[in-house]
Design a protein around this ligand. Structure first.
Ligand code: DAH
Length: 340
C-alpha cells in the first residue's frame, strides 16, 4: 500500500517539470513543505511492519531526494533566467510615466532671468521675513507712509519690528549693504500683502527686482534696458511708454506701460480700450537710499525696477484670475507645457 503510493508519487513528480520560480515554489509546497505529501508519507513510516521498514525507508529517502533535486533544479533555472534577462521581455511596451509641466510662474520667471542674464545681471535672493529697516526705512519710506499701515503689511505678532516683506526692493538694500558697486543684479521672490483675495489681488505674489549701480548710469540706460526687456519678453513689435510716478526709493520715478499684447494697441477689454497695459515701476535710485547703504551718491548712480511676475504671466497667457496660479488645479497647470 504505502509502497505503491510512494511509487505513484515518484512517477507523478517526474512529470511535473516546474519551469519558473512560481511553479517551483508551488512544487515545494505540494510535496516538500511540512504539510506536503512527502512528509505525510514519512509520518506513516511509524506504522510500517518491522520487516518492511528497510525497503520502505529506502524508497521514501529516494523519493524525498528526487523531489528536492527537481525543486532545486527548477529554482536555479528560474534564477538564472532572471539573471540573464531571459525572463524579461524587453520588447514589451513600457509603463508610461507622465512628465509634469513647469508652473507658469516658473516659466515666466526663468524667461525674465534669461533676458537680464544676457545683459550681465546676476541673480540674488533675500529673506521673506524682513525687518522694518530693509523693507521700509532704508528705502526712504517716511514714518507715516501708508504702505507701513497694518492694512498692507503682515506684521509678526511676536516680533513687532518684523514683517513679511511687501516687495523685493528690500533685497536691494541687503545687496547694497553687503557689496561694493558696480553691480547688476535681479532679485526674484515671493512677497506678501494684507489684501482680500480676489481675481485681481492676492495676499501673496511674486516680483522680480532689478538693480544697476555704477558710475554714470543714466535714465537713458534705464529706458534702453526697459525697451530691450519688453521686446525680448513680448516680441519685437512691442512699444513702451513711461509715465511719471512716485516711489520713495527712486527719483525720478516712472511706471512703464507696454502696447497691449492682446490687441496690439488697438483697444480691447484687457487694456480697457487704452491700447496700453502697465507692467512695472522703475526709477533712478534715490540718493538717500544709496547713503543708507554707505554708497557715495556723488560718485555712483543707478536705476532700479520692479515687476510682478503674475502680471507678466497674465499678459503673456491671458489668465483671467490671479487665484489660478496658487490653486494647483491640474486643468489649469497642464496648459503650460512650454519651457524647460
Ligand atoms: N517695490 C515696488 C512695488 O512693490 C515696485 C518698484 C517700483 C520697484 C519702482 C523698484 C522701483 O525697484 O524702482 O510696487
Amino acid at each position: 500500500m504505502l509502497q505503491e503510493e510512494i511509487a505513484g508519487i515518484a512517477a507523478e513528480i517526474e512529470n511535473i517539470k516546474p519551469k519558473d520560480a512560481e511553479s517551483a515554489e508551488k512544487f515545494r509546497q505540494n510535496y516538500l513543505s511540512k504539510k506536503g505529501i512527502i512528509p505525510a508519507l514519512f509520518d506513516r513510516f511509524k506504522d510500517v511492519q518491522p520487516e518492511d521498514r528497510k525497503e520502505i525507508g529506502r524508497l521514501l529517502n529516494i523519493l524525498k531526494q528526487r523531489a528536492e533535486a527537481i525543486w532545486k533544479e527548477a529554482k536555479e533555472l528560474s534564477e538564472n533566467q532572471v539573471a540573464q534577462g531571459e525572463a524579461i521581455d524587453f520588447s514589451a511596451p513600457g509603463i508610461p510615466f507622465p512628465s509634469g509641466n513647469r508652473h507658469p510662474l516658473s516659466i515666466v520667471a526663468d524667461e525674465i532671468r534669461e533676458v537680464f542674464n544676457r545683459l550681465g545681471f546676476t541673480v540674488a535672493e533675500g529673506p521673506e521675513i524682513e525687518d522694518d529697516w530693509h523693507n521700509f526705512s532704508a528705502l526712504n519710506f517716511p514714518e507715516e507712509h501708508p504702505a507701513r499701515d497694518m492694512q498692507d503689511t503682515f506684521f509678526i505678532d511676536q516680533a513687532p519690528e518684523m514683517a513679511l516683506r511687501t516687495h523685493t526692493s528690500s533685497v536691494q538694500i541687503r545687496m547694497m549693504e553687503r557689496n561694493k558697486p558696480p553691480f547688476r543684479m535681479i532679485m526674484p521672490g515671493r512677497v506678501y500683502r494684507n489684501e482680500a483675495v480676489s481675481a485681481r489681488a492676492h495676499c501673496f505674489f511674486h516680483q522680480v527686482e532689478a538693480l544697476y549701480i555704477d558710475e554714470n548710469v543714466s535714465f537713458a540706460d534705464l529706458k534702453q534696458t526697459l525697451l530691450h526687456f519688453a521686446r525680448e519678453m513680448f516680441g519685437t513689435e512691442t512699444k513702451i511708454r513711461l509715465r511719471p510716478s512716485y516711489f520713495p526709493f527712486t527719483e525720478p520715478s516712472a511706471e512703464m506701460d507696454i502696447s497691449c499684447t492682446v490687441c496690439s494697441g488697438k483697444g480691447c477689454n484687457i487694456c480697457k480700450y487704452s491700447g496700453w497695459v502697465e507692467i512695472l515701476g522703475c526709477g533712478m535710485v534715490h540718493p538717500n537710499v544709496l547713503k543708507n547703504c554707505n554708497i557715495d551718491p556723488e560718485k555712483f548712480t543707478g536705476f532700479a525696477l520692479g515687476m510682478g511676475i503674475e502680471r507678466i504671466a497674465i499678459l503673456k497667457y491671458q489668465v483671467k484670475d490671479l487665484r489660478f496660479f496658487s490653486q494647483n488645479d491640474l486643468r489649469f497647470l497642464k496648459q503650460f507645457s512650454i519651457g524647460k
